[in-house]
Ligand binder design. Structure first.
Ligand code: C5P
Ligand code: MG
Length: 288
């Protein structure tokens, strides 16, 4: 049906169900489709030439605008909390307060650095951020087919928007929900706006944005892309959902986490740095 689904990086617990959902979505057509995606490590690469790629937070953390002392503290936070984030032996309940602690501490540190709004474009340009191979086709195809793409990110909205702007793919069909920076009158970072979005409250974010999903009511078919189990809740605000296909990138601790990913995502992509599978699925659904 879709040759890319036979690649060795692809795993499915119930391939027949995937086939059924894909057929229903194809029959319903592009006019009924919306794509809901996470950003960091889903639309961006996890690694390149054996080296970890930065998240939208890391783009700031590693930039020349941050003092050496602050960099060390942010690195320390990453080394402490990232292993907890991906620890399959801990429950969500156990991880949740620790994740809030990570985000809160990191945001406090960033705010102390007097970062100017004007410097963001340069920080992103000089960073090692990389969208996954095939991103251009992904964004351009959705734009051409007028399919809305909602990016739900626990990263930094201003930074991720700049990444997709500089890549030339921030088309009008793209809408981002994320943590946005609040700048004072002189354009210096003074806080982060609104409720914190972290990896385990994407459901609340989705429900808070239910008004937005209402506009998409006729779009009852959802293609969801994520890399964390928290990303599975991104579609919770969608009303009158008919079909959903969940694609999960399993980037790290693959053997340990395989089972839980296979139980929650319809299609699991193991150590796959490309958008090849989502692109092939989109071509199929949109009848091309
Ligand atoms: O866009 P997404 O929701 O994936 O963004 C969240 C990611 O950002 C998490 O997976 C986490 O590893 C990372 N993160 C980070 N630095 C922080 C907080 C989160 O790199 N201070
Ligand atoms: Mg992610």
């Amino acid at each position: 049906m879709i040759p890319e689904l036979s690649q060795s990086s692809v795993r499915m617990k119930e391939p027949e169900r995937v086939e059924q959902v894909l057929s229903s979505m194809r029959s319903a057509g592009a006019g009924t489709l919306q794509v809901i995606s996470d950003f960091d490590m889903t639309l961006t690469r996890f690694s390149y030439n054996g080296k970890r790629c930065p998240t939208s937070h890391n783009i700031m953390d590693n930039s020349k605008l941050i003092s050496e002392e602050c960099k060390a503290e942010l690195k320390n936070l990453l080394d402490t909390y990232y292993p907890i984030e991906i620890d399959s032996r801990r429950s969500v309940e156990e991880k949740l307060p620790l994740m809030v602690e990570w985000w809160t501490k990191a945001h406090e540190l960033l705010v102390q650095q007097k970062i100017s709004k004007d410097s963001l474009a340069v920080i992103v340009r000089e960073s090692e951020a990389m969208l996954r191979d095939g991103y251009q086709q992904f964004f351009d195809h959705l734009h051409q087919m007028s399919v809305p793409l909602l990016i739900f990110s626990a990263g930094v909205g201003d930074v991720l928007e700049e990444v997709i702007r500089q890549a030339g793919v921030f088309h009008p069909n793209v809408k981002v929900f994320s943590n946005y920076m609040d700048f004072d009158e002189s354009g210096v970072l003074q806080a982060f706006k609104g409720e914190l979005i972290h990896i385990y409250n994407k459901r609340e974010g989705a429900l808070l944005n239910a008004e937005h999903f209402k506009e998409l009511q006729s779009r009852c078919n959802v293609l969801l892309l994520g890399d964390s189990l928290g990303d599975l809740n991104m579609s919770d605000g969608v009303m009158d959902l008919e079909n959903i296909l969940k694609i999960g990138y399993l980037n790290d601790k693959v053997d340990e986490r395989r089972e839980s990913y296979l139980n929650s995502y319809d299609i699991v992509l193991e150590k796959d740095e490309t958008m090849d599978v989502p692109n092939a699925i989109l071509l199929y659904i949109t009848g091309q």
